[in-house]
Design a protein around this ligand. Structure first.
Ligand code: SF4
Ligand code: SF4
Length: 451
């Protein structure tokens, strides 16, 4: 089966396409309070669920079109655990190899209660019996109290710490889904330049300290894998004029509001910090994608790897069951997925309107592979002229291989990750932050206790 999937991927890429991905919003109901999301429990809108039979038909149509990756998202998918496991099992039976889902972690609350571990073991047994490949648990801040206040889940962090070994014992290695926001390091990141010129180095130093705490926290909790969710504020989506989120995972809250300059630094600082952690935890976030996004926000640079949303990747909305190019191009309904021609050669990747990591990271990582197979001379020329990008991309591919392609059913092989170990000479730590074009108010340093 794996060989068939690999051959199908090569065939698609030789035609300039990538293996298909579907994100299925099975519900928009949620029990959390996250200020960074429009689906929080207190948000007033009519909630919807996709019925199990409807999702099964959708999965069958996806499998028939060669879709190889499917994510069941929410809202909170674990509010419908029985349906969720039925959907995962159906996707597995249909031959879809990359099946993902995630949780806000509500089931890990009340860890002090008698029966907590039995409850977690039953949950882990249930999931381990499905073909789910990747499971994520959201984390919003390096400080447990901040994360718990944002989610509205008291003491959930200690419950996650207790639960992870039970999952690992059953061959399930959940990923920490680190949601970038102003509280990521604990103390809120200030808005740089709010009352004067943009303090580029100060912002980058604060950010670097916060990101280090964030990744260290995930490792300390027991995670062996991490992904990074980029902030999606309403401004990012509405700012372009062409977008209107159908996926309500955006918010106008200050906590995810970053200026364009701040976004450029957010992505370049992440690119600097992630290599420090690559040997200690499998970090999915590709460095080539971070470079593309920081160049875009900092210099207006346009990536040659435009987003595959609406071409190879699609979003299914819980309210209507309709297909959209992604969660943010809500003005472009493509109707029912079973009626969609996903092989139409007229569809070419073109969009770079937002930073949604689900689609942007994979487009940056795998787009060049399709280009190499479908238009090799042009692509090799491109590689030869953009050394920085080419070097990062090749490093990302080697790292993905060393991580077993982020298979969440296998433990990390730290022996293989060792060669991605951080060397002090790799460090950027603010010194090489490109602050050209950002008038500096002060060159501030971060107090030692915050690093
Ligand atoms: S981010 Fe997730 S957990 Fe939080 S409100 Fe939105 S859907 Fe719910
Ligand atoms: S960049 Fe991708 S995810 Fe963002 S709006 Fe465009 S198609 Fe959608």
């Amino acid at each position: 089966m794996q060989v068939l999937h690999a051959l199908d991927s090569v065939r698609r890429m030789a035609n300039g396409r990538l293996p298909g991905q579907l994100i299925v919003q099975m519900t928009d109901r949620c029990n959390a309070q996250c200020p960074q999301c429009g689906m929080r429990a207190t948000a007033a809108f009519k909630r919807s669920d996709l019925g199990l039979d409807e999702v099964k038909r959708l999965i069958d149509a996806a499998a028939a079109r060669g879709v190889q990756a499917i994510s069941f998202t929410g809202g909170e998918p674990f509010l419908r655990l029985q349906d969720l496991t039925a959907m995962i099992n159906h996707a597995g039976r249909a031959g879809i190899p990359y099946i993902r889902t995630g949780t806000n972690g509500f089931l890990f609350m009340r860890h002090g209660e008698a029966g907590f571990l039995d409850r977690v073991r039953r949950l882990a047994d249930t999931l381990a019996a499905t073909p789910v490949r990747n499971l994520w648990i959201s984390i919003d801040s390096a400080r447990p109290d901040t994360h718990e206040r944002m989610r509205g889940f008291p003491n959930v962090t200690a419950g996650i710490r207790k639960a992870l070994p039970e999952f690992h014992a059953r061959g399930l290695y959940p990923a920490a889904n680190l949601g970038l926001n102003r509280n990521l390091g604990g103390a809120p990141l200030p808005h740089m330049g709010a009352s004067g010129p943009f303090d580029c180095r100060g912002f980058a130093a604060e950010l670097a300290a916060g990101l280090r705490r964030f990744y260290n926290h995930a490792i300390d909790l027991g995670f062996t894998m991490a992904n990074t969710c980029y902030p999606m504020c309403d401004d990012t989506v509405a700012g372009s004029g062409d977008l209107a989120a159908v996926y309500a995972a955006t918010s106008s809250d200050d906590v995810v509001r970053f200026s364009r300059q701040e976004r450029a630094l957010l992505f370049s600082t992440l690119q600097d910090i992630i290599p420090e952690f690559r040997a200690r935890i499998r970090v999915f976030t590709p460095l080539c994608s971070l470079l593309a996004l920081s160049r875009f926000h900092g210099q207006g640079w346009q990536t040659p790897n435009a987003c595959r949303g609406g071409v190879d990747y699609f979003f299914i909305d819980a309210a209507t069951g309709d297909t959209y190019p992604c969660g943010y191009r809500g003005l472009e309904s493509c109707g029912k997925f079973r009626e969609l021609d996903t092989t139409d050669p007229a569809q070419k990747p073109h969009c770079t309107e937002c930073d949604w990591e689900c689609f942007r990271d994979l487009s940056e990582l795998f787009g060049p592979l399709a280009d190499l197979l479908s238009r090799p001379i042009e692509t090799v020329r491109r590689f030869a002229t953009d050394h920085e990008m080419t070097r990062l991309w090749m490093q990302d591919l080697r790292y993905h291989r060393a991580c077993g392609f982020f298979d969440g059913r296998r433990p990390a092989n730290y022996g293989r990750l060792e060669r991605f170990g951080y060397r002090p000479t790799d460090a950027v730590s603010g010194a090489s932050v490109d602050c050209r074009g950002y008038p500096s108010r002060t060159v501030s340093s971060v107090p030692a206790e915050r690093l």
